[in-house]
Design a protein around this ligand. Structure first.
Ligand SMILES: Nc1ncnc2c1ncn2[C@@H]1O[C@H](COP(=O)(O)OP(=O)(O)OP(=O)(O)O)[C@@H](O)[C@H]1O
Length: 331
């Protein structure tokens, strides 16, 4: 599958007199294949916006290679810009203009056929309110207008920085449907976010960034499976046997956490061995279920941002949580 977006070894260092040097991107890699909705995930300050701004030629990298639609950027940006729609900073619209006026103005400036204005209004679901002034719009409607403006050129690649930021659950759901519709029409969509549930629902694949480095990437299901760590939930026919079962499993080297009515096991390669081991001790399993992690726990673990009781994590501060600090396919 051809890559629509490729980044290799990207470095960006900000220098300030007060804070000295800060490596916002520290050898970052990323690849997005055609036709995907790709989630770009990372905690605050991890380097998402810096990556997207560098890719779009808004700031200069210190090192690394980047390509959009198979062309090296920033050198080929003038040629590929017409096929890339992006919203990286919240666009400001004239509050007294309607959505239709706003888009007509942008279409005129960008040599876009006027009929495209109605097409994008339809696509983002603003057709029926297109004549009203932007100042009367909800945040969700303004976000749709921003997406509409990025769609005017009918781009092959759409890049959105935090498109669901500030939206209520209804607005988020609508944005999700819009993203999926765009992908279904053949567009590749890259969206940065820290709304993990959303990414899990919308995206085919993800890149997780932490402290300017890629810590995991791949299809969402693969990333989840990779970081579930062989977790298995076990229930027994007799709950009173749980302590004995826990002891038996621990003696065989399995990591066990005991709960009132079940055990959680970690690092189990073959769940069937658990059943056999327990049966050999007269303990009968009523449930043996592999537990898949959700994206939120994977994200918290990989980016070391899980909350710790009594501690306030500082922005940009790295802290190791659990065993994983680097992804299996990490850069
Ligand atoms: N213009 C700048 N000057 C100095 N430091 C900067 C500048 N822009 C970003 N940074 C620093 O670079 C790091 C990465 O910032 P960036 O905005 O790319 O992160 P982000 O992942 O987009 O975060 P958020 O989710 O909060 O928007 C942060 O430490 C930030 O403080």
């Amino acid at each position: 599958m051809p890559a629509v977006l490729e980044i290799e070894g990207l470095r960006k260092t900000y220098k300030s007199r007060r804070r000295g040097e800060r490596h916002a991107l520290d050898g970052f890699d990323m690849r997005v294949d055609a036709g995907q909705v790709h989630g770009f995930l990372g905690p605050n300050g991890s380097g998402k916006t810096t990556t997207l701004r560098t890719l779009l030629g808004l700031i200069r990298a210190n090192a690394g290679q980047m390509a959009l639609l198979g062309r090296e950027v920033p050198a080929a940006l003038p040629e590929v810009a017409g096929q890339v729609g992006a919203i990286v900073e919240s666009p400001q619209f004239f509050p007294h203009f309607s959505a239709r006026d706003t888009l007509s103005l942008l279409a005129g400036a960008g040599n876009v056929a006027p009929r495209r204005v109605d097409e994008v209004l339809e696509l983002v679901g603003l057709r029926d309110r297109a004549g009203e002034r932007v100042k009367t719009y909800s945040l969700g409607m303004k976000q749709r207008l921003a997406v509409a403006s990025a769609l005017l050129k009918d781009p092959k690649l759409l890049i959105l920085d935090e498109p669901a930021n500030g939206l209520d659950p209804g607005g988020i759901r609508e944005m999700r449907t819009l993203m999926r519709d765009l992908a279904a029409s053949g567009m590749t969509v890259v969206l940065s976010s820290h709304i993990l549930g959303e990414i899990q629902l919308i995206c085919d694949s993800v890149t997780i960034i932490s402290l300017g480095r890629r810590v995991a990437f791949g299809p969402v299901e693969e990333v989840l499976a990779r970081y579930s760590g062989g977790a298995v939930r076990v229930r027994l026919e007799a709950a009173t046997d749980l302590p004995l079962a826990a002891e038996t499993l621990r003696r065989s080297g399995v990591q066990v956490t005991g709960y009132d009515d079940h055990l959680m096991l970690a690092g189990v390669d073959k769940p069937a061995t658990v059943t056999r081991l327990l049966a050999e001790h007269g303990l009968y399993v009523s449930e043996l279920a592999p537990v898949t992690a959700d994206l939120e726990s994977v994200f918290l673990e990989l980016t070391a941002t899980a909350p710790v009781p009594g501690q306030h994590r500082q922005v940009d501060e790295s802290r190791k949580v659990g065993g994983h600090t680097q992804g299996g396919q990490s850069a």
